[in-house]
Design a protein around this ligand. Structure first.
Ligand SMILES: Nc1ncnc2c1ncn2[C@@H]1O[C@H](COP(=O)(O)OP(=O)(O)OP(=O)(O)O)[C@@H](O)[C@H]1O
Ligand SMILES: [Mg+2]
Length: 235
């Protein structure tokens, strides 16, 4: 698996978001994207998934130029209203399989891993925000996509729930060998999760290898120093 963004340019009306950017994502990477509000993080994620058109340049996925979304690049949004209200937890997770002939992940195992077994017959309106996001994640990976694109998926959750979901995403990343590109406002979250961090600034994208060894201790001095360094580079 590989994704190459080649000489990508993108503007909305008169606002230039990207000019001739070149980026690469390799198989199994966990990339986190940070940058101030309105800088273009969601737009970049949509470009990687071919949900948004580019003005110039190419998105190359597994050596082929791509222009449309496909089932190997799935996006998870921040909002909690991505589920089908008339379907249960289990049915929501299984839903994407209805339209494919291929086998998905083992639903029983996945329900267990997502800690949703006890609520599998409930409907979305009966769930907490954290549960809804776990269902959304389950639904996104059931078809075994190669790449998961996550746009601030834990932005409006409380600290404890957020920590549980961070642990869950790291577990699923390793268990299913998915490549993840994850947008967040939270620099500490970016350091906790990512192998590499992309800082989006107005005139440049800074790529930084994450030097902190896993499992990462958010209280450790080197962790906090690295978070501080990154914050200094967000312009
Ligand atoms: N469909 C669109 N049409 C016109 N302008 C748009 C469109 N989508 C985004 N923009 C503009 O492009 C810029 C980047 O938006 P984007 O949503 O990518 O930022 P972001 O970094 O994700 O911000 P946030 O952190 O607030 O989510 C913003 O100025 C936004 O108003
Ligand atoms: Mg955004």
């Amino acid at each position: 698996m590989s994704i190459v963004l080649k000489n990508i340019s993108k503007k909305y009306e008169n606002k230039i978001l990207f000019e001739n950017i070149n980026l690469e994502i390799d198989s199994g990477e966990f990339i986190t994207i940070v940058g101030k509000s309105g800088i273009g993080k969601s737009t970049l994620l949509s470009i990687i998934g071919s949900f948004e058109k580019v003005d110039d340049g190419e998105v190359i996925f597994n050596e082929k130029s791509v222009k449309k979304p496909d089932r190997n690049r799935i996006i998870v949004f921040q909002t909690f209203d991505q589920l089908l209200p008339w379907k249960t937890v289990r049915e929501n997770i299984e839903f994407p399989l209805i339209h494919t002939n291929s086998n998905g992940l083992d639903i029983e195992k996945l329900l267990d891993e997502l800690d949703l077994k006890s609520v599998e017959n409930l409907y979305p309106h009966q769930l907490s925000g954290g549960m809804k996001q776990r269902v959304a994640i389950g639904r996104s990976i059931i078809t075994k996509p190669q790449v998961l694109l996550m746009d601030e998926p834990f932005g409006s959750l409380d600290v404890g729930t957020r920590q549980n979901l961070q642990r869950l995403v790291l577990f699923l990343w390793k268990e299913y060998n998915i490549t993840i590109v994850f947008v967040t406002h939270d620099v500490s979250e970016a350091v906790l999760l990512g192998n590499r961090i992309w800082i989006l600034n107005e005139s440049e994208i800074i790529e930084i290898e994450n030097p902190i060894m896993r499992p990462r201790d958010q209280m450790a001095a080197n962790y906090q120093m690295f978070v501080g360094e990154l914050i200094k580079n967000i312009k």
